[in-house]
Design a protein. Sequence first.
Length: 174
Amino acid sequence: MPTTLVGTMVNGKINYAAIAWVGIMESDMITIAVNKGHYSNNGIKEHKTFSVNIPSVRLARETDYCGLVSGKNVDKSGVFRSFFGELKTVPLIEECPVGMACKLADTFDFPQHDVFVGEIHEIFCDDSCLTNGKPDFAKIDPLLFILSGRGYWKLGERVADAFKVGKELRKTSE
Ligand SMILES: Cc1cc2nc3c(=O)[nH]c(=O)nc-3n(C[C@H](O)[C@H](O)[C@H](O)COP(=O)(O)O)c2cc1C
């Protein structure tokens, strides 16, 4: 799964947490599953906003740090350089090639996690990671996380054309 960094404002301070349990609900809506004990939840509930940033492989150390320590005990506001878009309670990370500023659309109360549904309000992508105006994942080089074995990985090779390679199995009647 992709590792993300969720940005929040908690008690007037910027906070970042590593969050890998991320889903896509609609083309402009994403979910993050955040353990109820985390500090980030307070900021999301207070301001009804958060950011989802995609770190590249070279940010493994900083990303892992944001997943090891809690804003309850440590000030993580200086780990990255932050900027703000239109939403003034949504810190985004300069060093991350992609950042999404979200408005809280809904919250699902699961036993251990708050699942926050965010409507993407703005997307930022580094010019250096675009090809023909579109995000290029080879350039973004996202940091991937596998829970089993607790390892960080990087993207492998492109395998085939999606929505195309399967056509080879289609029968003429389909
Ligand atoms: C690679 C990685 C992925 C993580 N993914 C999640 C996740 O999806 N949900 C979650 O609740 N915690 C996740 N964590 C743990 C939190 O990032 C960690 O508990 C962090 O200290 C919470 O920060 P906060 O208390 O400042 O919000 C992850 C940690 C790592 C290292």
